[in-house]
Ligand binder design. Structure first.
Ligand SMILES: Nc1ncnc2c1ncn2[C@@H]1O[C@H](COP(=O)(O)OP(=O)(O)OP(=O)(O)O)[C@@H](O)[C@H]1O
Length: 627
């Protein structure tokens, strides 16, 4: 049965599918045109294209890390260096050449160099990532500068890596007997690898794992509440970006045939970040656009500026700085979104088609009505000298709506945080489904069957309502990064999206499933959060001020939906200021004042409780009025 909640006139505009040619078709046409003209392009253009391909690979990693995952790194050039130096050492050091060349043959050396580069990067990035990505705010970028510098100086000071002079005599790669010593042949490999990487990343982002990656930008609390292990995803993203940089470095070394520390210094690390940001750090094609603009601009400026200024120097860096300021001022999301807007009449955005039968998602059987789902016992929370919750005990049972009310500052949010794993009690304990939670993270609460919404809506505003709600079902499916990249997750993805659509329709937002969440009115966004929580098939549902921002009819519809969920056997805890809504809906009410429970009972009991009336429901005012 469907209980539509949203009757509010939507501000959202349904997306129009217009445009003469599909984005996929246009991409295929551009790639085909590049392939057909490849042999006729001048050598100089080919070399430039090779560099653009190499830089795009690094920028792709930064798009994933910065634009999608919300982490900034200035140190990617150092990982390019690891890839370049690893293969340079394997291919030129007498020791490695004799030992490995003797065992596997000389032609295998570049490939062994690639493996070595990947292994070193994997270990270094995993260790560095584990330490640095936990840092918040400006500490993370500062740390990436520190390790970028460290690795750069390491390259220049290692005797066996040739010091500042570097290593020469790196052989060309051979594939199936074909010698890739010219830029023209090497360029085919570079662009082939870059496009393959882009396809894999596109698939990754277009999956359950991609939604989890994007959720990192929505904040740790929200992502963890959806069951996402944020620390793990951040490190994996960091390693992925580093491996892409290493791959670029490996190709670079075999194209240049020598390596020295200069191309891996901090300046270049900043340039890579420029590319991602100028192109559009949230878009994969932004990486290619940014790499193209910066490479071509650098090339032109290096010719023009010294002639113009009458002396030599890296003046282009100044222009890049100004460009960055301009782009951030005028095109905060980079140039790719602007390019997309300008070509909207011509190019249709890609349509998501899911082939194959949906695979079943994990199902949770709900506990019998009356079972205690959530239990807080003598919970105390202190912030320094302030006692925000003082000996609070309460239970939430399956098949009931329990409301938590109290004046501003009474400690409701603090308590909500503790029963949802955002924070842990100073004393006392919280049990969920009979398990003592201790310091367990929110994702453990989610795994046990707790779904929640937020007082301040936490959605990924630029993503569709459908994708936001599908994130809620994250823990009900299991395909990992590899399966997503190779599109082996389509059955599961179809099931996740079908489930999300079902929950959206159940909540009355069916017509808005495909619009960006940010385009909905605030009240509707709250309903999207409820649909997202329902997609996790929770046994206990915690709603933080769900009626705030809703109009009268919408509140009625929300009440009906919650009654329906209660009838299905869910336990629902509502923190709410709207007394009419609470009194019409709740089976039991707990009242907090100054962190302490001052009353608990049915709505009728609460409404006639003198202490509650004095503290909260206006009894004091009545008395004053009477006096
Ligand atoms: N992280 C914190 N550090 C210090 N004090 C805090 C912290 N979080 C909450 N408090 C304090 O604890 C008390 C209870 O705050 P809380 O936000 O839980 O109240 P509330 O009932 O949710 O209020 P509202 O209805 O306005 O959201 C307040 O005095 C608040 O200032």
């Amino acid at each position: 049965m469907s209980t539509p909640v949203s009757t509010q006139a939507a501000t959202a505009v349904l997306p129009e599918r217009r445009g003469l040619i599909s984005a996929r078709m246009l991409t295929a046409v551009v790639i085909l045109a590049l392939a057909l003209s490849w042999n006729f392009l001048p050598d100089f253009t080919i070399v430039l294209l090779c560099y653009i391909g190499l830089y795009s690979m690094v920028a792709l990693g930064l798009v994933m890390l910065t634009g999608v995952g919300g982490m900034t790194s200035f140190g990617q050039a150092a990982f390019v260096g690891v890839g370049a130096y690893a293969t340079a050492w394997v291919c030129t050091s007498p020791m490695a050449v004799n030992a490995l060349g003797g065992l596997f043959g000389a032609q295998a050396l570049p490939w062994l160099g690639l493996v070595l580069g990947f292994v070193i990067t994997f270990v270094v990035a995993w260790v560095l990532g584990s330490v640095t990505v936990k840092l918040q705010g400006h500490y993370l970028p500062l740390c990436t500068i520190a390790w970028g510098l460290s690795l750069y100086y390491l390259f220049g000071n290692m005797e066996f890596l040739g010091g500042q002079t570097g290593l020469t005599g790196i052989p060309a790669i051979r594939i199936a007997g074909l010698d890739l010593s010219s830029s023209r042949t090497m360029g085919v490999v570079i662009w082939g690898v870059m496009l393959l990487a882009m396809w894999l990343l596109y698939n990754l982002l277009d999956s359950r794992e991609g939604r989890a990656i994007r959720s990192l930008k929505g904040g740790q609390v929200m992502a963890e509440s959806m069951g996402v292990n944020t620390a793990r995803y951040r490190v994996k993203l960091f390693v992925l970006a580093a491996l892409l940089a290493t791959l670029s470095g490996w190709l670079y070394a075999h194209m240049q045939r020598f390596v020295s520390p200069a191309p891996f210094n901090l300046n270049i690390g900043i340039e890579y970040l420029f590319m991602a940001v100028v192109g559009g750090a949230g878009h994969l094609w932004g990486a290619v656009l940014g790499a193209s603009i910066i490479t071509l601009l650098k090339e032109k400026l290096q010719d023009i500026l010294p002639a113009l200024l009458g002396s030599n120097g890296n003046f282009e860096v100044i222009v890049f700085g100004l460009l960055m300021v301009l782009v951030l001022q005028r095109f905060a999301e980079g140039l790719w979104p602007t390019f997309q807007r300008l070509t909207a009449g011509l190019v249709r955005p890609p349509e998501k088609k899911l082939q194959g039968a949906p695979q079943p998602l994990d199902q949770r059987s709900l506990p019998a009505v009356g079972t205690v789902l959530l239990k807080a016992e003598h919970v105390i929370k202190r912030f320094g000298g302030l006692v925000a919750n003082n000996d609070v005990s309460m239970q939430l049972k399956a098949g009931e709506v329990h409301a938590l009310i109290g004046p501003n500052g009474a400690g409701k949010s603090t308590f909500f945080n503790m029963i949802s794993g955002v924070d842990s009690p100073t004393e006392g304990q919280v049990q969920l489904m009979g398990e003592v939670m201790g310091d367990a993270p929110s994702r453990r609460f989610a795994a046990l069957g707790l779904g929640r919404t937020f007082q301040h809506v936490r959605l990924l505003g630029q993503r569709s309502v459908l994708e936001n709600v599908a994130l809620g079902a994250h823990q009900r499916a299991h395909k990992g990064w590899m399966a997503s990249m190779l599109r082996l997750d389509r059955g599961e993805e179809a099931a996740l999206l079908a489930e999300a659509r079902r929950q959206i329709e159940r909540c009355g937002l069916g017509p808005y499933a495909d619009v960006p969440a940010a385009s909905l009115a605030l009240g509707q966004q709250r309903i999207v959060e409820i649909a997202r929580a329902l997609a996790s098939q929770p046994a206990a549902l915690l709603l933080d001020e769900p009626a705030a921002g809703l109009r009268h009819l919408e509140k009625q519809a929300l009440g009906n939906l919650l009654r329906q969920l209660r009838a299905e056997g869910l336990g629902i805890l509502v923190v709410e200021h709207d007394m009419e809504f609470v009194m019409n809906l709740a089976d039991r009410i707990t009242v907090l004042e100054f962190g302490t429970v001052i009353a608990e009972g049915t709505p009728a009991q609460i409404q006639s409780n003198q202490r509650v009336l004095d503290a909260y429901l206006g009894g004091g005012d009545d008395e004053e009025a009477a006096a």
